[in-house]
Ligand binder design. Structure first.
Ligand code: PLP
Length: 400
């Protein structure tokens, strides 16, 4: 008789996006001619940068010629050309990495979930609340005990270290869903907390390319001491529109260690390489060439132009919330705006009101954790026209 991994029974129903779709489908089938504006999903809408497409096409053509065809990649850790490109990207910010420490992946979601394979279920995991749901789900599947650090209006939705200890800490900055960004000072406190507890920080930097304030850190490795207590997971999804193309990278410094049951210290990087060697066979060659193009000067400039477009949408949204006197976080250095539901409404009541009265779709904050109740997320990944129109509709709805 085959037995299931019973930890899966502890997962909460994937209620949030299913329930949003159900409501949206119901609304569109009863109002087929009305124009609904969707600002709920964190997916990009602009096409890939031209230089990225060129690189992908060129690499696809290479795969069709005998002399340049490539099969399995030797290491599965990523081609040298891409790992060196990522290394160069970090170097621009003064962070020195060895190419061996960079693992090319098919995205940040897979790695932020899979990384918990190599950590014992005896670890206590600390997740900020509200949070990107993958951290809680993957650690629940792994049978680990989860504690929460509260992100609240009082701390600007940027949770700080608690009194209690933890072994594995998930941080996300710029944050999904709240759009808050940790300062260097705040990350220093998290690094000190991790060092005190001999813990590992898993730092999700999927939105780092949205940071515009030069004082804000893009990488945890900009903080002294982080190399011995942190893993960084990043993605080209939001940096360069790779949500449908799939490519990301994970950085595990050589100094980072963890402990076997007998107390022996082991290299996290080596164990992750061993895990990937057995369970992952690399990212396709054309996609790695496309990713390499992102990190060229021209690629970065083309991607920055697309990000600036989204950031202008975010600024338009932030301006509206300011004008309406509604508290919010995000809206700059992030594609998300996280705002308090007006008139003390709860997240789902506001979702229904916005859908039915303004025909705008957003994401109820309560779906990201208990501290999200009464808050709401909107994304800047839409067209300019829809962003402006959605803000007009919101203003009209709230002035009634
Ligand atoms: N991390 C965060 C915080 C995200 O919000 C997302 C996607 O929305 C991801 C990771 C997933 O990234 P990828 O597309 O690289 O899997």
């Amino acid at each position: 008789m085959s037995k299931m991994n019973a930890n899966f029974l502890n997962l909460k129903e994937n209620y949030l996006f299913r329930e949003i779709s159900r409501n949206v489908n119901e609304y569109t089938s009863s109002h087929p001619d009305n124009k609904l504006i969707r600002m709920g999903i964190g997916d990009v809408t602009r096409p890939l940068a031209p230089i990225v497409v060129e690189a992908m096409e060129k690499a696809a053509a290479e795969m069709g010629r005998q002399e340049t065809f490539r099969g399995y990649e030797d290491s599965g850790q990523g081609y040298d050309f891409l790992r060196n490109a990522v290394k160069g990207y970090y170097a621009k910010r003064g962070v020195t990495l060895d190419a061996e420490e960079i693992f090319i992946s098919d995205g940040a979601k897979s790695d932020s979930g899979n990384i918990n394979d190599i950590f014992s279920e005896e670890n206590t995991v600390l997740v900020t609340d509200p949070a990107y749901p993958v951290y809680v789900d993957s650690n629940t599947m792994g049978g680990k005990k989860i504690l929460y650090a509260d992100s609240t209006p009082e701390n600007g939705f940027a949770a700080m270290p608690p009194e209690c200890p933890a072994d594995l800490i998930y941080l996300c900055s710029p944050n999904n869903p709240t759009g808050s960004v940790y300062t260097k000072e705040q990350l220093k406190e998290w690094v000190a907390y991790a060092q005190k507890n001999k813990a590992v920080i898993i730092f999700d930097a999927a939105y780092e390319a949205f940071i515009t304030d030069p004082a804000l850190p893009h990488s945890i490795f900009e903080i002294e001491g982080a190399r011995s207590c942190a893993i960084e997971i990043c993605s080209l999804s939001k940096t360069a529109g790779f949500t449908g193309t799939r490519c990301g990278y994970t950085v595990i410094p050589s100094e980072l260690t963890f402990y076997a049951p007998d107390g022996a210290e082991h290299s996290v990087r080596k164990i992750w390489a061993r895990r990937q060697g057995s369970k992952f066979n690399g990212v396709s060659y054309p996609i790695q060439r496309a990713a390499e193009a992102v990190f060229t000067d021209e690629g970065l400039a083309q991607c920055r132009e697309i990000i600036s477009f989204y950031l202008e949408n975010a600024a338009i949204m932030a301006e509206t919330f300011k004008k309406l006197g509604i508290s919010y976080t995000g809206g700059s250095s992030s594609p998300y705006i996280w705002f308090r539901c007006p008139d003390g409404m709860d997240s789902w009541d506001f979702f229904h009101k916005l859908l039915n009265e303004a025909e705008v779709v957003g994401t109820p904050g309560s779906g990201f954790g208990k501290n999200g109740e009464g808050w709401f997320r909107m994304t800047a990944f839409g067209t300019r026209e829809n962003t402006v129109e959605a803000m007009k509709r919101l203003e009209k709805m709230l002035s009634k």
